[in-house]
Design a protein around this ligand. Sequence first.
Ligand code: ATP
Ligand code: MG
Length: 264
Amino acid sequence: MTAICVANNKGGVGKTTSVVNLAAGLARLGHTVLVVDGDGQGNATYALTGRIHPVPSLYDVLMEKATIQDVLWTTNEDNVWLVPGDARLQNVDVELAARAGREWKLARALAGQTFDYIIIDTPPSLGVLTQNALAAAHGVIVPVSLTEFSLIGMDKLLATIDDLGNELDIPDLRLLGILVTFYEENKTGRETYGILEKKFEDKLFATSIPKNLKLEEAHRRNESILAFAPNSPGGVAYAELAREVKKRAAAEHSPYSRRRAGAR
Ligand SMILES: Nc1ncnc2c1ncn2[C@@H]1O[C@H](COP(=O)(O)OP(=O)(O)OP(=O)(O)O)[C@@H](O)[C@H]1O
Ligand SMILES: [Mg+2]
């Protein structure tokens, strides 16, 4: 099994949309997928189930009041399961601040899970929730919206992921890829894409996600784009992304395990 975290501290770049639709894409390639909603906004929970701020949730797992099994749900998508998130997650930074090993709560809770893929959504910040997601992940996908593109912000984000990897002592945490979102086929779009391509070379996913209103509509109907509009530009792109992610991060046949380097 492979755990992937989708992170960018910038808001509204398509993190949740990518988590939900990548999960659906991998499920349709025959894999079992667990989505972990690590964001107090609960958007992935809503997109996959229509429920708003359910309790218990991941919050209770992080507080060690519940196990993953206690909060494991089926979703509107076959072969996609969910550990939901609710608004109390927004307090996690404060509530876990003084606890030792606070970044490792999620990784520990997931130990032994046998899904082919675990995909973790994160809030637009680099606080304890994102640290837990990074510590629990084997690879990180960073979505970059071409409409709000800023190279300076990007460099800082990638440096921060590196720093967190070092700080958390997870040297093998790898950048799985940078994903262009909100792509528009025009001069600015092409130019910006070109800059990113030069800078990140093969770290840039060959698939980019076009700006497509169907994606937003699918979210509102609590369906993946692959259920709602598989032939829309967004649907075609996320199906393609799933194939690309599968190539970059093959699902290994071993139960989940992620530890701090040197820890037993
Ligand atoms: N490619 C796209 N084309 C059009 N709309 C999109 C696309 N991707 C996402 N959206 C819409 O844009 C909004 C922001 O997307 P999303 O929620 O996935 O971003 P996010 O990075 O998870 O945001 P946050 O940082 O607040 O968690 C949502 O309303 C979503 O439906
Ligand atoms: Mg989100």
